[in-house]
Design a protein around this ligand. Structure first.
Ligand code: GLY
Length: 390
């Protein structure tokens, strides 16, 4: 039984169109600043002193930049964004054909936001083929005994075998997309089983979450939880909790199983009850006080999108609908007011994120997925919008 922490009501101060348009313009000004630097390259996963270096299409994070370009194109209709997004998509086609660093679960972060979005928006059939190839690779990571998608490493690596991670909740949408596109139900069946295991094993009884969990691939029995990027095995890594909110809300969209909305809501309440006063989480939810440790603005941006997805999914009669929307609005406002990178001296959107604290990588820096989800949250607040994850 997962506990349902009460969440104080929060007045909804729905922003007007003019206020949102100003925030979108500020975000797009920063995208424009990036555009000439990343024509044939991509921003690194995390900045150094607020600056993203240009990298090739080799990281798990490259899709976030392409997703930002599609969002910018949808927000403005300006062809220069589409042109670079389509160039990026050719690079994603080459990457999947040549199998360049695609032996991991992060294939929707790469392919949903790039080629699947491109196919959804423009009908590009080459993009569709690349997306389907990525989905086929993701399906190969499904272990039928453990009933999970293995996150990392070779499928026979004893250290990684049967290891699932909460981030993967945002990767299973690629499998649902592939079933819709092809009619082959194997993709969705694997996604369904993985999500069942995620809700059962990654979410603790108090609605905090494990970052990763091992399942025995010979017996199918649960083994133990463990962290990779969090403070400790029994803490809640803030970004994992945010992936959980958004991922389980999306699970309802794909499965129509309302139990996932309940899980998403419980995880959301746990997250929202552990925020410092400005509403932007510390990098691990074991920390709740300002000044104690760095924030993770990228987790906040993911959570805002998840709360908006959850709020829209709840029945109109559900009072929490408005509460979750109010929290999302407050988080987006705080990000825009206090976490936006300055126009000079940075090429990012949001500062003060943490990539990997245990490795001391990208600590109190910009992270490219934080920039993507901030722009997605603004899109969601301003326009009726079909998520690329849908
Ligand atoms: N999915 C890896 C991360 O959130 O850092």
């Amino acid at each position: 039984m997962i506990a349902y922490e009460p969440l104080p009501a929060r007045p909804l101060e729905r922003p007007g169109h003019a206020g949102l348009d100003a925030r979108i313009a500020a975000a797009l000004a920063r995208v424009d600043r990036m555009l000439p630097q990343f024509g044939d390259y991509f921003p690194a996963p995390a900045s150094e002193s607020g600056i993203y270096a240009p990298i090739d299409n080799v990281e798990w994070t490259n899709g976030f930049w392409t997703g930002m370009l599609w969002l910018a194109w949808q927000l403005t209709g300006e062809e220069r964004y589409r042109a670079v997004a389509e160039r990026n998509n050719q690079s994603f086609a080459t990457r999947i054909d040549r199998r360049i660093n695609v032996d991991h679960h992060d294939l929707a972060f790469l392919y949903t936001l790039s080629v699947c979005a491109g196919h959804q928006l423009t009908g590009d059939t080459l993009a569709r083929s690349s997306g389907l190839e990525a989905a086929r690779l993701l399906l190969k990571r499904f272990d039928p005994v453990a009933k999970v998608i293995q996150a990392w490493g070779d499928m026979n690596d004893p250290k990684q075998r049967g290891r699932m991670i909460i981030d993967c909740n945002l990767n299973v949408p690629l499998l649902y997309w592939a079933t819709r596109e092809t009619g082959n139900k194997d993709f969705a069946a694997a996604a369904d089983q993985h999500l069942t295991q995620a809700a059962r094993l990654l979410v603790r009884p108090d609605a905090s979450t494990f970052h990763t969990f091992y399942v025995d691939t010979r017996t199918g029995k649960p083994r133990h939880g463990s962290t990779h990027q969090g403070h400790s095995d029994d803490s809640s890594w803030a970004r994992g909790q945010a992936w959980g909110i958004y991922g389980f809300a999306l699970a309802w969209r794909h499965t129509a199983d309302s139990a996932y909305l309940d899980v998403a809501a419980r995880i959301a309440n746990h997250f929202l009850n552990r925020l410092p006063s400005d509403g932007i989480c510390c990098w691990d939810l074991i920390f709740t006080d300002e000044g104690e440790t760095p924030r993770d603005s990228s987790a906040a941006a993911i959570a805002a999108c998840g709360l908006l997805e959850l709020s829209q999914a709840l029945p109109l009669s559900d009072a929490m609908r408005e509460t979750y929307e109010a929290w999302a609005v407050a988080i987006v406002k705080a990000l825009g007011d206090h976490y936006l990178a300055p126009v000079e001296g940075s090429n990012a959107l949001l500062l003060h994120a943490v990539y990997h604290m245990p490795n001391k990588a990208g600590v109190d820096e910009a992270c490219i997925w934080g920039d993507y989800f901030y722009l997605e949250a603004l899109m969601r607040l301003r326009h009726p919008w079909r998520p690329y994850w849908a």
